[in-house]
Write a protein that binds this ligand. Structure first.
Ligand code: ACM
Length: 512
């Protein structure tokens, strides 16, 4: 081989093996994985001449673009002026209800001249902005972003979610979480394109939302939490603020009041809600299944109607969650009677009832939704009645299960749940093909018996939560564990930038 030829060969090998740019690596590390992604040659540079365009009169669309513009100005320190028409060096958002892009889906094109985002709804534009955030440098999401030019990799994405319901539940009853902590959790959900936050607002250990007609529920019933530490509750004003904060991020808040079991705190606040009427201390342990409201007293249903009235007034969305799980101290006939009457009460306020899977033992109407967590037969019974179902199998998506025997927080009654075990679940296999249209989506509950503050919640949620976001967004036939674990490893820098206290699972090669 001539020296020249060898030199050319070495140069060629060097060129083809040169490591991918940071921009390219980020574009192949998106979570959830987009439906269709093509990485292209080149970059779009955001600099102090970049402008932003919103080709829509829709006020919700304008708000999305305006918030993204503010964020972009913050992370770069440039002023990013509005521009009326698409131009070079512009980020162009366009809302077009006739594009055929489904709700929450979007089409994103980045090339050397322009960034162009098209969607048929403001929610779709919002999801696209979360993709753009994942494509910019990790440090930009820290408290003190570097404030400089950056480049986005040229690419094209056609994206749309697999499921409408991409949820997470936070138990603020066993341990109370402040409004600021819940907002931060909402930020995480939105970043991974999740769109529902289910708040578990009452349980044996505490009642966490102000009820104007029943003030002792919080004046007394919110004082403590598991372990006997000081509890807390949200005033209705604070709760409304939270609902708005979530709505601004296209996250729907679904409130849950757990009935007829998990009601010790309510009965301790108002003894007349129990059949024996005796006074009770607050409960600070973690047993379940020992409490039940009194079915025989008509006043119980007046109480439930008042609670549902106030919750409905606080909830712009269509769903109210009424619990219904583990009512082990309620006789079966009474349980069915409870669910039947509560369903009527919820429907009469124009809302749809959600309950844990056990509600499938009652007659459900087609507006109701059962949340599968343990017994697949209940999910099937709900679907057979034409009710929709949310999938939350404890063995896969309960974020409060320990990862392995070394886990610092969490429980293990549903088994240890590694990052891989959670991710390698096929949600399409829970009910048969004929009932797939009844699957509303997936939700990841985080029960708080063992965690007291957000940093501990983060340890359990990260890194499993992004995987569940992907289960809900991306078709199972597009996903592989080997590809996902690579992408997840590259999100460590984002977790660091945000200050997330994640579990450094040994299953993942963390890239930070
Ligand atoms: C549940 O885990 N009790 C729904």
């Amino acid at each position: 081989m001539s020296l020249l030829f060898r030199a050319i060969l070495i140069l060629f090998l060097f060129a083809t093996c040169s490591p991918a740019s940071h921009e390219e690596v980020r574009s192949t590390s998106l979570i959830p994985l987009p439906a269709d992604l093509t990485v292209q040659q080149g970059f779009f540079e955001v600099n102090n001449q970049t402008t932003i365009v919103c080709l829509s009169d829709d006020s919700a669309a304008h708000q999305v673009v305006s918030r993204f513009r503010q964020l972009l100005e913050k992370v770069t320190s440039f002023s990013i002026p509005w521009q009326p028409e698409a131009a070079d060096n512009a980020i162009v958002f366009s809302l077009d209800t006739k594009t055929g892009v489904p709700d929450e889906g979007y089409h994103l094109v980045i090339n050397g001249r322009q960034v162009k985002i098209t969607a048929s709804s403001a929610a779709g534009l919002y999801c696209a902005t979360q993709t753009l955030r994942q494509l910019w440098p990790e440090e930009f999401d820290s408290e003190n972003p570097p404030r400089q030019n950056f480049r986005w990799q040229a690419l094209e994405i056609h994206d749309t979610p697999r499921y409408r319901w991409r949820g997470a539940m936070l138990d603020v009853a066993r341990h109370f979480f402040t409004i600021e902590e819940v907002k931060r959790y909402i930020d995480y959900l939105a970043f991974y394109k999740m769109n529902v936050l289910h708040l578990h607002l009452s349980d044996d250990q505490g009642w966490r939302i102000e009820m104007k007609k029943w003030p002792r529920l919080t004046a007394f019933g919110a004082q403590q939490e598991v372990g006997g530490t000081t509890g807390g509750f949200y005033t209705q004003e604070q709760y409304r603020e939270l609902v708005q904060y979530a709505a601004d991020r296209f996250v729907l808040v679904v409130p849950e009041i757990d009935l007829p079991g998990h009601t010790h705190a309510a009965m301790a606040s108002y003894p007349e809600l129990s059949c024996d009427g005796r006074s009770r201390e607050l409960y600070t342990g973690i047993d379940v299944g020992f409490s039940s409201l009194c079915y025989q007293k008509e006043s119980t249903f007046a109480f439930i109607a008042d609670v549902v009235d106030e919750l409905a007034a606080l909830t712009p969305g269509p769903f109210l969650h009424i619990g219904g799980d583990e009512a082990l101290s309620t006789p079966h006939e009474e349980y069915v009677g409870f669910i039947t009457r509560i369903q009527q009460i919820v429907r009469a306020r124009g809302k749809r009832m959600i309950g844990w899977e056990e509600i499938a033992q009652a007659h459900l109407d087609s507006t109701s939704v059962a949340q599968y967590w343990s017994n697949q037969q209940h999910a099937k019974d709900a679907a057979a009645q034409g009710a929709m179902i949310i999938l939350s199998p404890a063995t896969r998506v309960y974020l409060d299960m320990k990862y392995d025997s070394t886990s610092v927080f969490g429980q293990d009654w549903a088994g240890l749940t590694s990052v891989e075990k959670s991710y390698q679940w096929l949600p399409d296999t829970v009910v048969s093909e004929t009932w797939q249209h009844l699957v509303l989506g997936i939700e990841a509950p985080l029960w708080s018996e063992t965690i007291t503050h957000l940093d501990e919640a983060e340890y359990l949620a990260f890194p499993r939560l992004p995987g569940i976001a992907e289960l809900a967004w991306t078709n199972s036939n597009k996903r592989t564990w080997s590809d996902y674990r690579q992408r997840l490893g590259r999100h460590a820098k984002r977790f660091d930038a945000w200050g997330i206290h994640y579990f450094r699972s040994p299953e993942i090669e963390w890239q930070n």
